[in-house]
Design a protein around this ligand. Structure first.
Ligand SMILES: Cc1ncc(C[n+]2csc(CCOP(=O)(O)OP(=O)(O)O)c2C)c(N)n1
Ligand SMILES: [Mg+2]
Length: 311
């Protein structure tokens, strides 16, 4: 049952992202998009451990987090289309998703910016609730990363750090940067760590099993947990192009994308018939969500968020 639910979420994230890929060339979405294709299993598995009352925050690449936290596909599509029933009222776009009802406090495009905010969220969180932040390897090049780990460790905060290590900050590989294995910094700050190599991190069922044993300690005041998930980005840093085919990342990356496809790895835990049934249901959900988002009213041209929210 758990495997089916995890597969359903990976399938939902993939299908939503593919819908964006399909419609984006028509210029209907006026915001940049950073797609999660290739990395879907991480949010899917992590968010199974989070309830609506566990505040969470993400980055510029957070469609997967929004959906896995329970956000509606209509709210996401409408946000990208700049419609008033978007999850952020149509003002935020892809990088600024909010869903307070489900405990998604926001997502931010400032690399590393979510980390200190998550520390504040954890400070205001009462046991057994926890806070969670999902961020990329690029955030580990920021000073705020060190400060957040250090403070969370010192105060034994109930904070789940999840690093999606796709080894790239835009097109710069971790080999050319300061920190290729972020969990070492967490270890240096006496934060408990867990490493998910790509075959585990891109398989939601395996990743779920890896994390499961750690959640009791985290929820009962044992201090923060840092999970580093190795993964691979399937498409361009930003937008819908295939940057590997354009030569912006080495061809070997395409091999990783193929070999560690989260939909295939997670799908191996259930039978083909069930997989096809789930995929069919998800296809219908996503198509009708997009159609419904398209019917939502657009924002008034020229109106600013402050005027709309605080008239
Ligand atoms: C403080 C800051 N510096 C630079 C940027 C430009 N920028 C946007 S995304 C990005 C790369 C982020 O890489 P990573 O954190 O690994 O996330 P990924 O895109 O790989 O998911 C950069 C440098 C930014 N948004 N904020
Ligand atoms: Mg990265």
């Amino acid at each position: 049952m758990k495997a089916q639910e995890l597969y359903r979420m990976v399938s939902l994230i993939r299908r939503v992202e593919l819908k964006i890929v399909e419609v984006y060339p028509g210029d209907v979405m006026q915001c940049p998009v950073h797609l999660s294709i290739g990395q879907e299993a991480i949010a899917a598995a992590v968010c199974r451990f989070l309830g609506k009352n566990d505040p969470s925050i993400g980055t510029h690449r957070s469609h997967a987090l929004y959906l896995a936290k329970g956000g509606s596909p209509v709210g996401l599509f409408a946000e990208l289309l700049g419609r008033i029933n978007g999850c952020s009222g149509g003002y935020g776009g892809s990088m600024h998703l909010v869903d307070l009802e489900n405990g998604l406090m926001g997502t931010t495009s400032i690399v590393g910016g979510a980390l200190p905010i998550s520390v504040g969220m954890a400070m205001g969180t009462m046991r057994p609730r926890i806070a969670c932040v999902i961020f990329g390897d690029g955030a580990c090049d920021e000073g705020a990363f060190y400060e957040s780990l250090s403070f969370a460790s010192l105060k034994k905060l109930p904070l789940l750090f999840v690093c999606e290590n796709n080894r790239y900050s835009v097109y710069t590989h971790t080999d050319q940067r300061r920190c290729s294995r972020p969990l070492r910094i967490a270890e240096a700050c006496s934060v408990r760590t867990l490493h998910a190599p790509i075959d585990a991190a891109n398989d939601a069922v395996t990743l779920y099993g890896l994390i499961e044993g750690e959640m009791g300690r985290l929820r009962s005041g044992g201090g923060p947990l840092f999970i580093e998930c190795d993964t691979v980005r399937a498409l361009d840093h930003n937008g819908i192009r295939d940057d590997i085919a354009h030569g912006w990342r080495p061809a070997a990356e395409a091999e990783l994308v193929k070999r560690y496809d989260p939909l295939i790895l997670t799908g191996r835990h259930i039978d083909r018939e069930t997989r096809e049934k789930i995929d069919g249901e998800i296809r219908d959900i996503v198509e009708s969500a997009y159609a419904s988002a398209l019917k939502s009213e657009p924002l008034n041209a020229g109106e600013t968020a402050d005027k709309a929210l605080f008239p």
